[in-house]
Design a protein around this ligand. Structure first.
Ligand code: ZN
Length: 320
């Protein structure tokens, strides 16, 4: 389409978009966009005459039909009688090729996205096209959630990059959905994998529920004799914190109250890139940690005279 379409927001905009600002179809397809009834305008040159003109429509499809009519007649003049398009539920979906979907998406993206962003999408969609070709897919509606999942596993990238790639694949399919090329967003149905570390902690959970019950039972009778510095409550807290965070024994032994955020999340590690990884613990455990820090100070299992980890882990009841 030679003419460019945009919605121009008026003062009374229902979506509270600033007066005289513009938005495009792509932008409005994003998640959380506030819809409004402001009119769609067309701008461009017809037969050498540049102009901006109100299509008088609020619906993108109707506005496109009007602009198309202006293009066909090569004229801005004259009223175009385009009947409002009523979607027919019985009509067959308009099928679109993967090639065309990717191309139109990128063309439109170029108009409002930074060059770097455009490049990232272009690279991702190139791989998307190559992957489609391998599978013999031609039409965009051939993509299923399973394909998205397998596409994701085919990326030899870090989990963080995979998450970012998925974050780009979702709006692409969302845009296809808005164009009615697909009946659902297959990328939205694919959940990102949990962090490796969390998964590892879950897999390594060393005790069954029954064993845990017995451990906690035993805590009740532990430390009754005065020769123990630790009592059963200390031990129970220590075990709970280990189980819920998956932290190493040495990390639990040296647990500092600053590891817990005011929201109750607990820092389990810091990545090489400096990103903090947190995990959630239940309210009662948050409360126990808080209480311990009030009673014992910031190191909730006490301060240590030695810096040697072996001694600390030995002292707190066993090796790793
Ligand atoms: Zn508006």
């Amino acid at each position: 389409m030679a003419l460019k379409l945009y919605r121009r927001h008026r003062k009374e905009c229902e979506g509270s978009h600033a007066e005289d600002t513009r938005s495009g179809e792509f932008e409005e397809g994003r998640r959380g966009w506030k819809k409004c009834g402001c009119l769609i305008h067309a701008s461009g040159s017809l037969h050498g005459a540049f102009k901006r003109k109100n299509t008088g429509r609020t619906d993108w499809r109707e506005a496109k039909a009007i602009a198309l009519e202006w293009e066909k007649t090569h004229s801005w003049d004259g009223e175009v009688a385009v009947p409002p398009i009523v979607p027919e539920p019985s009509s067959l979906p308009k099928r679109t090729t993967i090639e065309r979907a990717a191309k139109t998406f990128l063309d439109e993206l170029r108009e409002h996205a930074a060059a770097a962003t455009h490049k990232k999408y272009r690279l991702l969609l190139n791989r998307f096209k190559a992957f489609s070709e391998q599978r013999g897919y031609v039409m965009i509606d051939q993509w299923e959630p399973l394909d998205v999942r397998e596409f994701r596993s085919s990326w030899k990238v870090s989990p963080g990059t995979a998450v970012r790639n998925m974050a780009m694949l979702k709006p692409f399919f969302e845009w296809c959905l808005n164009n009615e090329w697909v009946s659902r967003n297959p990328a939205r149905l694919v959940k990102n994998p949990k962090g490796r570390e969390v998964r590892r902690a879950e897999q390594k959970l060393p005790f069954t529920d029954e064993e845990l019950k017995r451990i906690y039972e035993a805590c009740k009778t532990y430390g009754r004799e005065s020769r123990y510095v630790w009592n059963g409550d200390d031990l129970a807290d220590f075990i709970s914190l280990s189980i819920y965070t998956g932290l190493r024994i040495s990390d639990v032994a040296l647990f500092h109250i600053d590891r817990m955020l005011p929201t109750g999340e607990i820092l389990i590690r810091t990545t090489k890139a400096g990103t903090h990884v947190y995990t959630w613990v239940p309210d009662w455990l948050q409360k126990r940690i808080q209480e311990r820090s009030e009673k014992h100070g910031p190191f909730i299992f006490g301060t240590h005279k030695t810096e040697t980890l072996e001694v600390i882990t030995e002292g707190s009841g066993g090796g790793n």
